[in-house]
Design a protein around this ligand. Structure first.
Ligand SMILES: Cc1cc2nc3c(=O)[nH]c(=O)nc-3n(C[C@H](O)[C@H](O)[C@H](O)COP(=O)(O)O)c2cc1C
Ligand SMILES: Nc1ncnc2c1ncn2[C@@H]1O[C@H](COP(=O)(O)OP(=O)(O)OP(=O)(O)O)[C@@H](O)[C@H]1O
Ligand SMILES: [Mg+2]
Length: 579
């Protein structure tokens, strides 16, 4: 049996005095990096060694062959010589760094360091080397061709039997790949956290904006004095801007209500061309290089328009005095490379926007899609433009890529999956199908369910003023009580989707549909949860917050009218006449 915990803690193996080498096991001495260096626990390898025979020049034995064969880079330096130069480097070290043997022998190892090497790491190495003890850490090094890599380096001293320091031994390992995936994971966790925070904020914000804009609309009709009306107008414009900002936040957080339809990207760009040109202004040339007969992709066209405007606004800012923006479309097939891009294999529609502007430094490019990251002066940029684009594209199951060279220009590339033949467009938005706001007084009984007091009050006033009989409840459970009181005799249930308590809007709608299928249901929501998909699948209408008074009345009116029409069309008990 092999006993791992025998007492060979100090010197082990042949023993230097007996003519072999011996060493001190690492145990858990190098607790910083020694465990992760090669990915497994390292206790028994030596952290320092003692040799009886300074046989550096003896290259005839199997141990020398082993060192030249291993894929682990290894070197020896001689601290007795000036500046501790390399006196031996194995083949794997040359492979790793790209240098030739004669280029490294005689030099101190610091030639591997470069502009972005952390001086704190260098200091740790220096202290260990000066103190003659072992060290293990990860340091940014550079290959001969300038490529940076993360080097997990272990250094340990080699003594003679009298305890004089003879050499330092070191092994190196390129751990760049592991660090990159760790960085990517950290980054995506950070974005996820910001996304959740943003979505929560935007949701509350939507409710507030609903109250602000709704009351502004009511006020608009009461105000006659021109100066007061002008002030109200300014306030309304600011509210509209705030609503736009909230929409961008929701897009970034991938919580926008998307209404995807089958789109030909080339055709959409042609349709937007005038608007795009206006955005860029007259000093910038807009070129279109559009593939004819693009396959369709499922895309929300109005979000696509916003995304394009965000990208073009950036190009405009980066171009300053003038230059060219080229928008092109193409297709791309992704196969084995798809997972690395975070996409499913298949065909993609590609939309590319290239400008000849100032471009971005590597540091700016790396952060450009972060929400609130901007290099523009205060008041000029919110830093949400690309964050919105990225969120929207991801929500559309695609991907955004940024390429940029400082001083040369920037390319933004959007990939969207080609729509399958079975993917039909979303049913025509009820918005367009809705009857226009009816003039005059409306009739019908509505149960309004909303947890925010202000929003509920506002919607109540708007609906009651239009002539509806409005009952209210502040939660799903309360709504069920009210329905019992009203003996389920209402025309429309108008409920918020997300509410505290055991009965959310969706559950409430389900209950109503089960118990009284003749009651129409209209759901209001500030953002899509997966719930909205479910709700839509169930045939419920969804009204996005913040909504305008006119929108509210349109949708409520349409729902109630449809209800009446359907009742009129109920089949007769006698069935259709047969010939
Ligand atoms: C055996 C040995 C191997 C070393 N390997 C590396 C290495 O791979 N990468 C690195 O950046 N520094 C390495 N160093 C550290 C540098 O040679 C040097 O000690 C360090 O830069 C601190 O000293 P300085 O401040 O004089 O540059 C190694 C040092 C020794 C003794
Ligand atoms: N085409 C481009 N050329 C050069 N730099 C760009 C380009 N697009 C984006 N950037 C850089 O990325 C940063 C973030 O862009 P983003 O659109 O997200 O925010 P913003 O433009 O600063 O503000 P906002 O779009 O919210 O008004 C910009 O501040 C700019 O530094
Ligand atoms: Mg921008």
């Amino acid at each position: 049996m092999i006993d791992l915990d025998d007492n060979r803690t100090e010197h082990e193996a042949g023993g230097a005095d007996a003519g072999g080498s011996s060493g001190k096991p690492a145990d858990d001495h190098l607790d910083d990096g020694s465990i992760t260096l090669t990915g497994h626990h390292q206790r028994r390898h030596w952290r320092e060694s003692t040799i009886s025979d300074d046989d550096l020049q003896d290259r005839g034995g199997v141990f020398f062959a082993a060192v030249e064969m291993t894929r682990m880079p290894m070197i020896l330096t001689d601290p007795r010589q000036d500046d501790n130069p390399i006196v031996f480097a194995n083949k794997a070290f040359l492979d790793l760094t790209g240098y030739e043997e004669k280029e490294v022998l005689g030099r101190n190892c610091r030639f591997l360091q470069g502009p972005r090497t952390d001086q704190e790491h260098v200091r740790e190495l220096r202290e260990a080397v000066e103190g003659g003890h072992a060290v293990s850490l990860e340091i940014l090094n550079y290959k001969r061709n300038g490529t940076p890599f993360w080097n997990a380096v272990f250094i340990g001293p080699v003594f003679d039997t009298e305890g004089h320091l003879l050499y330092f031994f070191a092994s190196q390992l390129d751990v760049s790949r592991r660090r990159e995936s760790e960085d990517a994971r950290r980054h995506s966790q950070k974005m996820e956290a910001i996304g959740q925070l943003t979505a929560g904020l935007a949701h509350d914000f939507n409710n507030l904006l609903q109250v602000v804009s709704g009351n502004q609309e009511l006020l608009e009709r009461d105000l006659v004095e021109p100066k007061a009306r002008r002030r109200l107008e300014i306030a309304q414009q600011a509210t509209e801007r705030a609503a736009r900002l909230t929409r961008q936040l929701l897009a970034f957080a991938r919580k926008t209500r998307l209404n995807p339809t089958r789109l030909d990207l080339s055709k959409s760009i042609t349709d937007f061309a005038d608007l795009l040109e206006t955005t860029l202004g007259s000093t910038i040339d807009l070129r279109l290089d559009l593939l004819r007969r693009m396959p369709a992709a499922m895309i929300d066209e109005s979000q696509l328009e916003t995304a394009l405007l965000n990208i073009l606004a950036n190009s405009r800012d980066a171009l300053g005095r003038g230059g060219t923006v080229t928008i092109s479309t193409a297709t791309r097939h992704l196969n084995g490379d798809a997972p690395a891009l975070g996409l499913l294999p298949g065909d993609y529609c590609v939309l590319e926007i290239r400008d000849t502007g100032s471009g971005m430094s590597e540091a700016v490019r790396a952060r450009a899609i972060e929400p609130f990251y901007t290099t523009k002066t205060v008041g000029k940029g919110t830093g949400l433009g690309l964050a919105m684009v990225d969120g929207f594209v991801q929500q559309s199951r695609g991907r955004m890529e940024i390429e940029s060279v400082e001083g040369e220009g920037t390319t933004i590339r959007l990939l969207f999956p080609v729509a399958g033949p079975e993917e039909a467009g979303a049913p025509a938005a009820p918005r367009t199908a809705a009857a226009p706001v009816q003039a005059g007084r409306q009739s019908g009984t509505i149960l309004l369910v909303e947890d925010s007091d202000d929003v509920r009050q506002l919607a109540h006033d708007q609906l009651a003023e239009a002539g509806y009989v409005v009952h209210t409840a502040s939660s799903g459970d309360e709504a069920l009580d009210r329905l019992d009181e009203l003996e389920w005799k209402i025309d429309l249930l108008f409920t918020d989707l997300i509410m505290p308590g055991t009965t959310n809007g969706l559950k409430l709608a389900q209950r109503v549909r089960d118990q009284a299928p003749e009651i129409r249901v209209l759901l209001a929501t500030g953002y899509t949860e997966d719930l909205v998909g479910e709700a839509k699948a169930d045939g419920a209408d969804v009204l996005g917050k913040p909504y305008r008074r006119s929108e509210l009345l349109d949708r409520v009116g349409a729902a109630i009218t449809r209800n009446n029409e359907e009742q009129r069309r109920m089949p007769s008990d006698f069935g259709a006449a047969e010939a």
